[in-house]
Unconditional design. Structure first.
Length: 106
């Protein structure tokens, strides 16, 4: 059981490393990983933008004080996007070499 746990942990680290380009693999694998990474980032971005629109939509009648709180959190997440994924929130262009966000979670 201990060996299996270690193998699973190593697999998680390997997958995370590949997602964040910390260990280059062959071109086919790298292309697949880039696609997964791009989908993940687009999903996060779209979710944040949807939340932002919902908070600011007058039909939802979110009180102004809550709008301010929500928008502060959303802006904080957007700015943390670079430190987490190493890319600009709007363009996904690489901005930093710190792409080990998920590795720190494992």
């Amino acid at each position: 059981n201990r060996i299996t746990e270690l193998q699973i942990k190593q697999t998680e680290v390997d997958i995370t490393s590949e997602l964040f380009n910390t260990s280059p693999t062959n071109n086919q694998s790298q292309s697949a990983i880039s696609g997964i990474r791009s989908s993940l980032m687009h999903g996060i971005k779209n979710s944040l933008l949807n939340l932002e629109n919902a908070v600011l939509d007058p039909k939802n009648k979110v009180p102004e004080e809550w709008q301010i709180k929500f928008m502060s959190v959303i802006e904080s997440i957007k700015s943390d996007f670079e430190s987490g994924f190493g890319v600009d929130f709007e363009t996904f262009e690489t901005k930093s070499s710190n792409q080990n966000f998920l590795l720190n979670l494992i």
